[in-house]
Design a binder for this molecule. Structure first.
Ligand code: UDP
Length: 497
């Protein structure tokens, strides 16, 4: 933990950062890490949450209170039913269908007024800046009303942010005929062939054109962007992004490295669906680098037929595995299949987790030798930090871009080869990846050989660089320090006026 001298100041002498994450695990988790890092560097932080999300974070909240860390949680009622969402639906992973995405965003935007009133009542120190998820375009107005700068954060890496910028401002999608059209994205340091599905617009889809346009314009009006990445990982793209946006790009990651001990790793983000001690002793019983970890993040729901192909492929690979299953509304179908012999046949070398897994703890264990991932940016970084090579299986959003970075630029993973995005909020059955292909790809990644040796060396090297960037003297450490200092200077100047 850093011990910046300014962290000894009382809370009302510290620069006050208000963090507004999008209520989704992949956005809240890095923002909680960010809150810790900002507090370490001498800031007071208020993280905006809602009752259901706060209860998921209860262990983290209690620990922060116990250790008297300068992080406060402001829980605002989430107007789910007012906008037509089910009662208690306060997180994107609980939204029952993609048709309700705009209702969810609408509910988020209704938080502006209560938040403004809260700070206007002066119950807490006045904020000195907002770090907002880029998806909360309403915080642009809020920041103006409070007279403070707004930084954005949206959980993408620099490579994906640059590509998204070019896709949008060069009107690439509008000029493409269909999904099989390939083209080379202009202005990138590497030659990369893309298709329409590589564009992150596959998440929101049609009907969100106006929203996306406003989001991009408002994002460019921000004071700067905070990115969960580090310079050594994607240096040319940090420069590209800075040039494209014309504002500072603050690389401050990998923020997951804040979590150093097992209990921090376990209680990150959600209540686990498994006993972490059982999970740890299972991992301890496995040979180093022998286990493949299979998980598709927090939002993807895999169809039972695809899950069966994955299961049979893993079984045929003969490789020990941890498999995190999120089947959504079709859970009972897959449970029936698991109980018809699969679990019994694989029990000596498989750990199946239904629901939420302690991912960071698992990836950091020496028994893990590979990660079959959906290429969410947090998962990608967590794997790179742990020195674990990947099998890439993107689903939606910017995950196809992250796959390009992993496979073609960094060369720390191999692709399973999916071409088309899955529609978020559905359990699609099209384009099944068959069991034989799963088996072959797992064997290719996990069996010792030249390809695996080179990949492991590359990813281990990246893991070392990641740690360095977060230590005193490292680039991300320095950026975080500079950011807090910058906001502190503005705060002092305001006080003197
Ligand atoms: N995660 C976890 N357990 C799970 C699923 C996800 O701890 O069962 C964490 C994972 O470590 C990562 C985040 O949730 O920090 C998921 O973010 P990512 O960007 O990888 O994907 P998303 O869920 O946003 O698609």
């Amino acid at each position: 933990m850093t011990n910046n001298s300014s962290s000894n100041d009382s809370d009302d002498q510290k620069p006050h950062f208000v963090l507004v994450p999008l209520p989704a695990p992949g956005h809240i988790i890095p923002m909680v890490d960010m809150a810790h890092l900002l507090a370490d560097h001498g800031a007071l932080v208020t993280l905006i949450t809602t009752p259901v999300n706060a209860s998921r974070l209860q262990t983290v909240i209690d620990r922060i209170a116990e250790l008297r860390i300068s992080i406060r949680f402001l829980s605002l009622p989430f107007p789910s039913t007012e906008v037509g969402l089910p009662e208690g639906c306060e997180n994107l992973d609980d939204v029952p269908s993609n048709k309700l995405l705009s209702n969810f965003l609408q509910a988020c935007a209704l938080l502006r007024e209560p938040l403004l009133h809260h700070f206007q009542r002066h119950e807490d120190p006045h904020p000195d800046c907002i770090v907002s998820d880029a998806g909360h375009i309403w915080t642009h107005k809020l920041a103006r009303e409070l007279g403070i700068p707004r930084f954005t954060f949206n959980g993408f890496g620099c490579f994906a942010l640059v590509c998204r910028h070019i896709f949008h401002f060069d009107r690439i999608i509008e000029n493409m005929k269909d999904d099989v059209d390939t083209f080379v994205l202009p202005g990138l340091p590497h030659r990369l062939e893309m298709t329409r599905s590589h564009s992150p617009v596959n998440f929101t889809g049609p009907g969100f054109e106006e929203f996306r346009k406003e989001l991009m314009d408002i994002e460019l009006a921000a004071e700067g962007v905070l990115v969960n990445s580090f310079d050594n990982l994607e240096d040319p793209y940090v420069q590209c992004l800075q040039k494209a946006r014309g504002t500072k790009v603050w690389t401050v990651g990998p923020m997951s490295l804040y979590n150093k001990n097992v209990s921090d790793m376990v209680f990150r983000g959600n209540k686990g669906s498994t006993d972490e001690n059982r999970c740890l002793s299972w991992l301890d019983s496995m040979k180093p680098h022998s286990v493949i970890y299979v998980s598709f993040g927090s939002l993807a729901r895999t169809s039972p037929s695809q899950l069966i192909e994955i299961g049979l492929g893993l079984e045929a690979s003969n490789c020990p595995f941890i498999w995190v299953i999120k089947a959504g509304s079709k859970s009972s179908e897959i449970e029936e299949w698991l109980s018809q012999g699969f679990e019994e046949r694989t029990s000596m070398r498989a750990l199946i987790i239904r629901g939420w897994a302690p991912q960071l703890m698992i990836l950091s264990h020496p028994a893990i030798g590979g990660f079959m991932t959906h290429c969410g940016w947090n998962s990608t970084l967590e794997s790179a930090c742990a020195g674990v090579p990947m099998i890439t299986w993107p689903h939606f959003a910017e995950q196809f871009l992250n796959e390009k970075l992993i496979v073609e630029i960094l060369r720390i993973g191999i692709t399973i080869g999916v071409k088309a995005p899955v529609k978020w909020g559905t359990e699609q059955d099209e384009d099944l990846v068959g069991r034989d292909h799963v088996k072959e790809t797992v064997s290719r990644l996990m069996v010792e050989g030249e390809e695996r040796r080179i990949m492991r060396e590359m990813v281990k090297e990246l893991g070392k660089k990641a740690k360095k960037s977060m230590e005193e003297g490292g680039s991300s450490y320095g950026n975080m320090d500079l950011l807090v200092q910058q906001i502190r200077s503005k705060m002092m100047m305001k006080k003197e006026q």
